[in-house]
Design a protein around this ligand. Sequence first.
Ligand code: UTP
Length: 473
Amino acid sequence: MTTPKSFPEELLKTLAQYHQAHLVHWWEELDERQQDELTSQIQLIDFAQIQRLYSPTHPQKTEESPAQKAERATHPATVIRLQDRAQSAPETAQAVQAGNQLLAEGKVGAILVAGGQGSRLGFEHPKGMYPVGPVKQTSLFQILVEQLIARSRNAGKPICYFIMTSDATHAETVTYFNEHQNFGLQAEQLYFFKQGTMPAVDEQTGEILLEEKHRIAVSPDGHGGMLAALKKSGLFEVMQAKGIEYLYYHQVDNPTAIVCDPEFLGYHLQRAAEVSVKVVSKRSPDEKMGIVCDVDQKTQIIEYSDLPDHIAELTDKDGNLLHWAGSTAIHIFNRAFLEQIANDDGLLPFHQAYKKVPFIDSTGDQVSPDEPNAIKFERFIFDVLPVAETVLVYEIDRLREFNPLKNADGPDSPQTVNAALCRIHGQWLTACGVEIAEGTPVEISPLIALDESELKTRISPDDQFTAPIYLGE
Ligand code: UTP
């Protein structure tokens, strides 16, 4: 290859040193704009880090694999199960009060991660824009924002929403919010911040892949990229200045998550946890959920793909699954704890995922592989758990709170989410004395009611509704 004239000499040396000089192979064919784009992408890459992460022949043998660790997994130390809460009504009432007080004091913020590519759903826009509302086709974003607005109203204090986007979702998400006046959320309460990217490398060679001759194949760096992104965007300082000490964290794909749930906040406080995680009881040993367990006295999440079958199938003396606690990826984090981890970049490891990534081959042709050909590197936010002194593992009713949208059809699809919303809202109406036929489409905006007891204050059993039922402002 001839030395490209205007490609920075120092950078070329770096590329050569890390066996990545192929990235500028097409340099002379590129126009100036494309050359600039490629140069700035290359400047952002930490080549030493990529080399460290890609280690096909030397998979850090000294380190124990997650599957080996799983052999020592035990029950988590600090757990509150559904029946515990039901049996200790006074404690639960105190927790609700304590959570509401935190909200009223303005000590709580909410983080929504919405930077994923949503590849399984196959929707052509950011997943948060997906119309899940059974009657008004309300989007995931709108349902979640309206919950936050309603919770702020009840608390009498604005709650800030920190929404993480990525290159894949940022521009469209921000435009969508602008076009809808943020769904009623005050601009001062809304912060977008963008996560970073990581290049994809060829599984066989470790070479970084070109998606086009002037563009590197990159993807969002995982929800764990949130820590670096919060730090870089200065949002920890913003949180501090606003007196935010607790962060309710959730994912964009679950419209039935209870945003800033006061009871969860209260129990987090009462148990003096640094991190809390909402879990559901796994339906079967092979259900594809990360499990929450203790290994060497550290509470952590083991991904389902790392959990050997014989461990997943273990039962206790009553025949119940030993590792029943499936993570819903709903958390509370102490802000100071997250900040401490964000300041130590080495604490969150990168995970490798084998994926199909289209690329430009050595002859300049674009290849769309049928089989996984590349490694993507991602960080997971749940890797902060073992760093915490105390992690509260808090069981919830999955029918009420965990109905994620992941797939185009089958489980966790638009059909199941739609049915869940109709079921939950139908149950609220029934509890209010309203008779509705089974299968009636029902949608209740969070601005009308966040739960059954709030709905009771808004409607009377004599109210007449015609199907489909929509209750909104
Ligand atoms: P998933 O792991 O389910 O990924 O993300 P996804 O992008 O939604 O869907 P697939 O796997 O491509 O089909 C769980 C949550 O984490 C966010 C997603 O937006 C979703 O809210 N996420 C994921 C990020 O914010 N950034 C990432 O890099 C990855």
